[in-house]
Design a protein around this ligand. Structure first.
Ligand code: NAD
Length: 475
């Protein structure tokens, strides 16, 4: 754990083990943090808040740039660690580290653009102006699926705004978090500005982070259930909250789209990170005129994916994070097949000798999905492409919007009119039109409904860490 500028060693304390999901082997052990550790971390963050928020934005920018350079320098080491601890292929891990460094660089620049405004008054002897101030101590709770970029997506704007931070990374990927905090704090950053608690049972530490009156803002990425719980706790104290939660992305392919091109896109985005992404397509709607060609391309590409440990050179799809994830995927596939869905490829757990100690599920394509199936409603967070055909353009937005989630949606079309309709009618926070990667450090990311509150990334991302003060001036 990293508190007040020190890596604390606790030889006598209880530790927990981080495990490789591809083979069950232990990768390392970490101190199992407690509520008392969380209080000490908040002590440090609170003590350093005033001096950090009073620094020049140019000073903070310089530190963030140095952190970005360190992360980039350590890219190979952290990528290998991420492949081992989280499971994604090495190439995807490298991409994630680039994305993580982008947040540090983007917010280094945004620190210098924390502008206020001057506002004319109805009174001739009065002027208004606004100034922006750091919200205060931030608690950041991050997930395992993107174990390094979700740290910088929160930490970079928080530090740029002048906030100090206590990070609690996911219990499945604490070594990735440790490597990131090492790189970020190998800079002239003052003690206490960045702190990290590792723990295996997040509820007790989480409760302190959310309820301690010195924490002004909670930023969370993870499940909707935990997000709801955190928002309720934070609501009691009227704290600022940002939540990036689950998703259930529709992927619409109109009959004017190239079915092969769209299917290649669907295969790439669906199986990225073994489907463990909140923006992963969960319902793929394909116009009946091109359905069969789309499905044959998607199934052919899916069946060629090579499952294994992300660290192996030819592997294109890694393990799921744990046994519960396998069971959720199996349950959704069995439910769909029992209600009439057709398996085009996959549909089973992979248990060949070299995979049997890990959590591997065959990349799967299901067709004939209906709204009575679990997969139509529940987020899968696994490697299953669920396809249904449609024939009526007027119904497609009602179908696509038929979910409590509202994070990402995808549309394939050659029509400008349909593109605009998609932008205006889809109730999702992120819309990819002929584009499977509608994300960037420079662009806001976030959703509606059960997908959460607030935006991360872009100029919107830093405003989550700022309070606006209005000043009235009589002259
Ligand atoms: P989770 O919500 O259990 O865990 C996310 C983070 O919250 C972790 O750091 C965890 O330790 C912490 N946490 C758990 N319980 C807590 C509590 N009571 N108080 C404070 N912190 C707590 O998510 P998960 O089980 O790892 O993933 C399952 C689901 O979460 C997925 O199916 C998906 O819906 C969602 N998820 C979404 C994203 C995303 O990017 N939006 C990322 C990961 C997971």
């Amino acid at each position: 754990m990293y508190i007040d500028g020190c890596w604390e060693q606790f030889p006598d304390r209880q530790h927990f083990v981080s495990v490789n999901p591809a083979n069950g082997q232990a990768l390392g052990s970490l101190p199992d943090g407690t509520a008392e550790d969380a209080v000490r971390a908040i002590d440090a963050a609170a003590a350093s808040l005033q001096s950090w928020s009073a620094t020049s934005p140019y000073f903070r920018a310089d530190i963030l740039q140095k952190a970005a350079a360190n992360v980039t320098r350590e890219r190979e080491t952290i990528a290998e660690l991420m492949s081992l601890e989280q499971g994604k292929p090495l190439k995807a891990a490298r991409n994630e580290i680039n994305y993580a460094a982008d947040f540090l660089r983007w917010y280094a620049e945004e620190a210098k653009r924390i502008y206020g405004r001057t506002i004319p008054s109805a009174r001739a002897d009065q002027r208004f102006l606004t100034v922006q101030a750091a919200v205060g101590v931030v608690a950041a709770i991050t997930p395992w699926n993107y174990p390094v970029s979700m740290i910088t997506r929160k930490l970079a704007p928080a530090l740029a705004a002048g906030c100090t931070i206590v990070l609690k990374p996911a219990e499945s990927t604490p070594l990735c978090a440790k490597a990131m905090i090492d790189a970020i704090t190998d800079t002239p950053i003052p003690d206490g500005v960045v702190n990290m608690i590792t723990c295996s049972q997040p509820a007790a530490v989480g409760e302190i982070l959310v309820t301690d009156p010195r924490v002004a803002k909670i930023t969370f990425t993870g499940s909707t259930a935990v997000g709801r719980h955190i928002a309720a706790q934070a609501g009691q104290a009227l704290k600022r909250v940002s939540l990036e939660l689950g998703g259930h992305a529709p992927f619409i392919v109109y009959d004017d789209a190239d079915p092969v091109h769209a299917a290649k896109g669907a295969a790439l985005v669906k199986f990225l990170n073994t489907g463990q992404a909140c923006i992963s397509p969960n319902r793929i709607f394909v116009h009946e005129n091109i359905h069969d060609e789309f499905v044959s391309t998607l199934a052919a590409r899916t069946s060629k994916l090579q499952a294994g440990s992300g660290i192996e050179p030819d592997v294109t799809v890694g393990p799921l994070i744990n046994e519960a994830a396998i069971q959720k995927v199996e349950n959704q596939v069995n439910d769909a097949v029992s209600k009439g869905a057709v398996l085009q490829t996959g549909g089973f757990r992979l248990d060949e000798p070299h995979l049997s100690d890990g959590h591997f599920f065959a990349p799967t394509v299901l067709t004939g999905i209906t709204d009575s199936m679990l997969i139509y409603r529940e987020e899968t967070f696994g490697p299953v492409a669920a396809v249904m055909s449609f024939n009526d353009d007027d119904d497609i937005y009602a179908l696509a919007n038929d979910t409590h989630y509202g994070l990402a949606a995808y549309v394939y079309t050659q029509s400008l009119q349909r593109s605009y309709e998609a932008m205006e009618k889809l109730k999702f926070g992120i819309i990819g039109i002929n584009d499977i990667n509608p994300t960037s450090a420079a662009a806001p990311f976030g959703g509606t409904g059960d997908s959460g509150l607030g935006r991360e990334g872009g100029m919107e991302g830093i405003s989550e860490y700022l309070e606006t003060k209005t000043v009235g001036l009589s002259i």
